[in-house]
Design a protein around this ligand. Structure first.
Ligand code: GMT
Length: 375
C-alpha cells in the first residue's frame, strides 16, 4: 500500500511510534510517506520506500498564529495526488485528524477517496483534547475517521467516557523492535556511569509536568540513602531546571546525571538496573516498555495504561501517583539483592516480548485493510 503518515516529528512517544511503524511498514514492502514539519528524529535514511515531505508554514505578520493545519491539509492533498497515496494514517488527534479530514474532503471534490486511520496516543485525549476549546473539533475528527485506534484499553475507555464517540475504537498497543537491541553492541560501558557497587536508576521523558520528574528525584533521594546508586535523567523539557535545583537542595547533584535528549536510549538502558516512571497519567508508557525490552525492571505509578505493560511484582511494581515512599521501598526491594534484581530484569524482558513489532504491525495492516474496504 502507499501510506501517508502524519505525526509529530519530535522525541515524544507518538512521534516515535509513528516513525518506527513507518519504517517497519516500508520493510514489509509498503511505500511510506511522512508528512510533517521536520524529518522525524528516529527516521534514518530515506529510500525508495520511505519519503519525507516537509510542511512549510510561511510566516506572515498578519497572523498572530500561523495556520499549520491549513498548510498540512494542502500538503496532504498535493502529496496524495502526486504519489497516488491510498491511505492516510494520522497520529495524534490534534490537529492532525482535523487536517486529515479537511484533506479528505478536498480530495473528494475531485473524486479521490482516501481512507483515514486515526491513532490516539493519550495526551490528545486526556490532557489537551478534552479542553472545551478543542473538544468539539476532536469529537468531530474522531467520528469522521474511517478507523480509530488507541494505544491501550485504558485510553480506549477514557475516549469513550470523555467524548461522544460514534465509531468503534480498536486497541493496538505500542511496540518494540528487539532486533535493534540484539547485537547492537556488546560492551555496556557501565563503568563510565557508575562504580561497580552502585545501582543505576534511569528516567527518560520529555520532562513535562505530567511526568512528575521531581518525584523521580525524591524516590532516588530515598534509595541512595540506603544503597549506593546513581540516577540518570535522559530528556529535556520544562521541569528540568526544577529537578536540577531539587538535586542541589538535597545535596545529591554528584549522584544525578542529566544527559539531555539522546538518540542512544538503548545504550543507556543497557547499563540501567531500574527504570522510574511515576507519571501523573500515561496512556501506555512506551519508555517503560523500551526499558523492559532492555532487561530493566520498572517502578511506576499505576495510572492509565501502565498496568497493561508493567506487571505488579513481576516486571516491577506500581504505586498510586505521588506515593514516593512506597515507590522508593519498591525500588529498594528490587535493587537490594542481586538475584532478586536479576529475576525482575529477566521477567521484564520476557514480558516485553508480547509487544514485539512483528506482533503489532500486522494489526495495523488489518486496520488499513478495513479502512480501505470501507471506501
Ligand atoms: O508522554 C509524552 O509526553 C509524549 C506523548 C505523546 O503524545 O507523544 O506520549 C503518549 O504517547 C505514547 C505513544 O503512544 C505513549 O506511550 C505515552 O504513554 C503517551 N503519554 C501520555 O499519555 C502522557
Amino acid at each position: 500500500m502507499k501510506i501517508a503518515i502524519v505525526c509529530y516529528p519530535t522525541f515524544g512517544g507518538s512521534g516515535v511510534v509513528a516513525t518506527e511503524l513507518g519504517i517497519a511498514l516500508a520493510e514489509r514492502g509498503h511505500e511510506v510517506h511522512f508528512v510533517t514539519y521536520q524529518q522525524p528524529v528516529r527516521l534514518g535514511l530515506l529510500n525508495n520506500n520511505i519519503y519525507f515531505h516537509e510542511v512549510h508554514v510561511p510566516q506572515y505578520p498578519l497572523f498572530r498564529y500561523q495556520p499549520y493545519e491549513l498548510a498540512l491539509s494542502s500538503k496532504l492533498v498535493d502529496t496524495i495526488k502526486h504519489y497516488g497515496i491510498e491511505l492516510l494514517h494520522v497520529h495524534y488527534a490534534i490537529p492532525h485528524a482535523y487536517a486529515g479530514y479537511m484533506a479528505k474532503k478536498m480530495l473528494k471534490e475531485e473524486d479521490i477517496y482516501i481512507p483515514m486511520v486515526t491513532t490516539l496516543h493519550g495526551t490528545d485525549i486526556t490532557l489537551v483534547g478534552n479542553h472545551p476549546f478543542y473538544k468539539s473539533a476532536v469529537t468531530f475528527s474522531i467520528n469522521k475517521s474511517d478507523v480509530v485506534t488507541a494505544v491501550s484499553a485504558d485510553l480506549r475507555q477514557k475516549t469513550l467516557d470523555i467524548f461522544d464517540v460514534e465509531n468503534d475504537i480498536e486497541v493496538i498497543p505500542n511496540f518494540i523492535d528487539s532486533r535493534k537491541y540484539q547485537n547492537a553492541f556488546t560492551d555496556c560501558q557501565r563503568s563510565l556511569m557508575a562504580s561497580a557497587d552502585e545501582r543505576i536508576i534511569t528516567h527518560i521523558s520529555n520532562f513535562r509536568k505530567v511526568k512528575r520528574i521531581t518525584d523521580v528525584v525524591s524516590i532516588f533521594y530515598k534509595v541512595q540513602k540506603e544503597i549506593p546508586a546513581k540516577l540518570i535523567m535522559v530528556g529535556d523539557g520544562p521541569e528540568k531546571e526544577k529537578a536540577e535545583l531539587q538535586c542541589e537542595t538535597l545535596g545529591i547533584e554528584d549522584k544525578v546525571l542529566f544527559l539531555g535528549n539522546s538518540n542512544e536510549i538503548d545504550r543507556i538502558l543497557c547499563f540501567s538496573d531500574l527504570f522510574l516512571l511515576p507519571s501523573e497519567t500515561e496512556s501506555f508508557g512506551l519508555a517503560a516498555l523500551e526499558a523492559m525490552a532492555n532487561k530493566v525492571a520498572v517502578v511506576s505509578s499505576n495510572t492509565g495504561g501502565i498496568p497493561e505493560v508493567n506487571e505488579q511484582g513481576i516486571t516491577g511494581y506500581l504505586s498510586d501517583v505521588g506515593n514516593v515512599d512506597e515507590m522508593a521501598a519498591y525500588a529498594l526491594d528490587i535493587l537490594r539483592d542481586d538475584s532478586r534484581m536479576a529475576q525482575f530484569k529477566e521477567n521484564a524482558y520476557l514480558a516485553s516480548k508480547k509487544f514485539e513489532i512483528t506482533n503489532i504491525v500486522p494489526l495495523y495492516e488489518e486496520v488499513y485493510e478495513k479502512a480501505y474496504k470501507s471506501r
